[in-house]
Design a protein around this ligand. Sequence first.
Ligand SMILES: Nc1ncnc2c1ncn2[C@@H]1O[C@H](COP(=O)(O)OP(=O)(O)OP(=O)(O)O)[C@@H](O)[C@H]1O
Ligand SMILES: [Mg+2]
Length: 315
Amino acid sequence: MAIPESMTSWDVAVVGEIYADHVFTGFARWPGPGEEVLAEHYVRELGGGCVNTACGLSRLGRRVRLVGLIGDADFDWFESRLGDFGVGMGGIRLGAEATGITVSVSTRDDRSFFTWPGANKGLADLLDDSAVLADLLAARHVHFAMPLPRHIAAELLPKLRKAGRTTSLDVGYSPEWLTDPRHLETCREIDYLLPNRKEAALLCGEDDPDAYAAWAWAEGLPRAVLKLGAEGALVVDADGVSRIAAPRVDALDTTGAGDAFDAGLIDALLDEAPFGRCVERACVCGALCTTAAGALRALPDSLQLRTLREQTYGP
Ligand SMILES: Nc1ncnc2c1ncn2[C@@H]1O[C@H](COP(=O)(O)OP(=O)(O)OP(=O)(O)O)[C@@H](O)[C@H]1O
Ligand SMILES: [Mg+2]
């Protein structure tokens, strides 16, 4: 049973690594050593799964507390851009270093990323802070978008559970975390673990959705979800294993689809919808996010979400 809205300040606290994304697109080729090539387009945008999921949830009408670290030079930019989505700065702290940076470089057929974690290096210490625990306890649901360190999980997750808060975790592509058996306990303690196909393969040791379903069941994850890109999602619960097909959309850019999926899922969980319905809403949110360039520009509102959900899966 979810905690009632009236007892909390936030519907969701979203915690994780925050980035400034610098996105260069339209290179004719990858440069050789010492060469320079020119991009056709450049945009700077807020990044990090936690930003994408927080903005997605806020666009769906949820009260969101975004918790993470940035550098002070970017405060005004974050305040203004997060403000476009109705997300406030109250949970964001200023780190010891500048905002983390991801440089994304695309040629016509490939994309590569260069990342500097910057202020995010202080995230584990931040999560040890009692003021942050208070922020998390003030929300009905807590979503972690980061490779959650084991000692932090061991400290926080039992407290959140005891207080009746539900939790979810999107680790992202972190091979070290996903292959380290110490984190199995975290996978069991989290209510909803949200990997994509590559991440699930690292968790279970096999690139096969059915093998992941069997692994999740054997490891005692009572409700497992696996994101499968254009194929939708796989769900494991007490009724067994089922597949949810993705809605048909004109996908332009899949960046952030998984983070939008997380937002749709959490939104439906807060409504206490049946689990299969929650994953349908997640798939619709992920699909709609792919219809414009970047992770933030096509995040749907509730009406768009409901319309495509009913068109795809029925009333
Ligand atoms: N081409 C597509 N058409 C329709 N739906 C899609 C498409 N790509 C992604 N989705 C939806 O978004 C969800 C998440 O996508 P995906 O499995 O690519 O996550 P991801 O790899 O974690 O994404 P990212 O980490 O880039 O945010 C899918 O489960 C699906 O519901
Ligand atoms: Mg992802």
